[in-house]
Design a protein around this ligand. Structure first.
Ligand code: PEP
Ligand code: MN
Length: 288
């Protein structure tokens, strides 16, 4: 098993990490408002395994008229919540021009999303400016292993990189047979939002074994696209040796339709609590 205690030593993640635990990052897809941002951080800070709270302030969206995030206001909410609970924050940077802003607010972990995994000016700028700040790098939707390695190398090796697999794009045009020919793979479950790439965790870990500053985790939420499948995909990811999980959540009293982004895939914080105890058992049994 990886020595997370020394991996996390120079990072804010160490604050919450207990030796032998499966590290979990959880929280809203997008920061909603100050009250709920604080409440989310409070609820998660009471759960075991949660090392960091997530919440997008800048959201890359397919359509320009979709909710784009609260911007700097969202960063302020995250920071205010952190002051109250002490739980570190991870949020996505989409613009190289925001590097100073992320530094100013002391964002603990900088997320680079799947759409930007090969945005080389962004990778270069973040690599030059992050110092030892950890980066959560999400695998591109159709990226090959050598492309993932290239992106990691742009970021430099002075701080921890949390590489997160999040499912590969499906292009089935309504015909699974064509999809198989096009992409060389079967859809394990056509109801998932993305092709579930848990099978790639172990080969990628093997490929990265000389890069001691990289750990390989998994995002069951974006794979599933539905809260119903999140527990199943999470279990599969841990069984396939994921080093951490990134899970989108909502509060128990949130209305699902009130979430502005990825509403269908969020599980409640109570469901997360239950899931963590199950996942920890699997994690402990395989890492022994
Ligand atoms: C997210 O984490 O909410 C997100 C936008 O993820 P991805 O880049 O994997 O689509
Ligand atoms: Mn999301």
């Amino acid at each position: 098993m990886r020595d997370y205690v020394s991996l996390f030593r120079d990072t804010p993640l160490k604050k919450r990490y207990n030796n032998g635990d499966l590290p979990i990052i959880a929280g809203y897809c997008a920061v909603p408002d100050i009250e709920r941002t604080i409440e989310m951080s409070r609820s998660l800070s009471k759960l075991p395994n949660v090392v960091c709270v997530r919440g997008g302030a800048y959201k890359p969206r397919t359509k320009p008229d979709s909710f784009q995030g609260l911007g700097e206001e969202g960063l302020k909410y995250l920071v205010e919540a952190r002051e109250l609970t002490g739980l570190p924050i991870v949020t996505e940077i989409i613009d190289p021009g925001d590097v100073d802003l992320f530094g100013k607010y002391g964002v603990d972990v900088w997320q680079i999303g799947s759409r930007n995994m090969q945005n080389f000016p962004l990778l270069r700028k973040v690599g030059e400016n992050r110092g030892k700040t950890p980066v959560l790098l999400k695998r591109g939707m159709s990226s090959k292993p050598e492309e993932v390695l290239g992106s990691i190398d742009y970021l430099g090796d002075t701080g921890l990189i949390l590489l997160c697999l999040r499912g590969l794009q499906k292009m089935d045009y309504g015909n699974p047979e064509i999809a198989r020919l096009r992409e060389g793979m079967y859809h394990q479950n056509p109801e998932y939002r993305f092709h579930c790439d848990v099978d790639d965790i172990e080969p990628l870990k093997e490929l990265l074994k000389d890069r001691n500053h990289v750990i390989v985790g998994f995002d069951p939420s974006h794979v599933s696209g539905s809260h119903v499948y999140v527990p199943k995909v999470s279990r599969e990811a841990v069984e396939h040796s994921a080093d951490f999980l990134l899970i989108e959540t909502m509060l128990d009293n949130d209305e699902r339709h009130g979430l502005k982004c990825d509403a269908n895939q969020a599980i409640t914080t109570s469901e997360l609590e239950q899931l963590i105890s199950e996942l920890q058992k699997i994690y402990s049994s395989i890492s022994r």
